[in-house]
Design a binder for this molecule. Sequence first.
Ligand code: SF4
Length: 235
Amino acid sequence: MSVLENKDDLKILVEALSFKEKVDRSKELISEAYERYGDSLVVANSLGKDSVAVWDLAKKVNPKIRGFIVTTRYKPAETVQFMEEEVARYPELKVYKNDAAVPEGLYEKDPDKCCDILKVEPVKRAIEELRVKCWVTGLRCTEGRTRTDFKEIEQRDKGLIKLNPILIWKEREVWQYLALYKVPVNPLYGKGYRSLGCAPCTKIAIGDNERAGRWLNTSKCGGECGIHTRPLKSR
Ligand code: SF4
């Protein structure tokens, strides 16, 4: 049976599979999806550790696989620098950004709206322009409270599949992969960050919840920007 059609209990696999078995499964998921969707399979790269691991896996499956980066005016200088280095390494990574005017301090007053404008809109545009039928993400089910119920293959929008090939990887296994294959990472991890976003909404946090430093002290704390929860295609 195709791994894309698996009905496995992912919560069990998080603990039951070895690092190598997880890497092999991730590559198989990407490989089968690429066979099925061809160039309409595109990898989303947020410039965080999970994204660069997925991007590296995808390039090992087939160097022709395309990708896109979504950035905002509020990304930290280190992330912008890292983005420029990634694009120089991989010119096939297309960058999307929304430069529309937004009210001053919108990220404090209404972070959901701010993320909708600055993050969700460019993802929608990327999906439209690149004619994506399957987008590939670095989402992981052990990252935090909002990410426990995703599946490896999902369809939230008609005509758009989302593949989450490292869904069952733990944080440690991501770092294991990046170290083993010498994949360059965003230098902010060296300062203690564990989950990266825009500068005003990202703090260094410790504890079990990897995403606890995102939107700290707001109702959105540890939450989602919306690209994994909002519709991404015009109906
Ligand atoms: S992470 Fe913060 S600054 Fe970035 S788009 Fe969302 S609310 Fe705005």
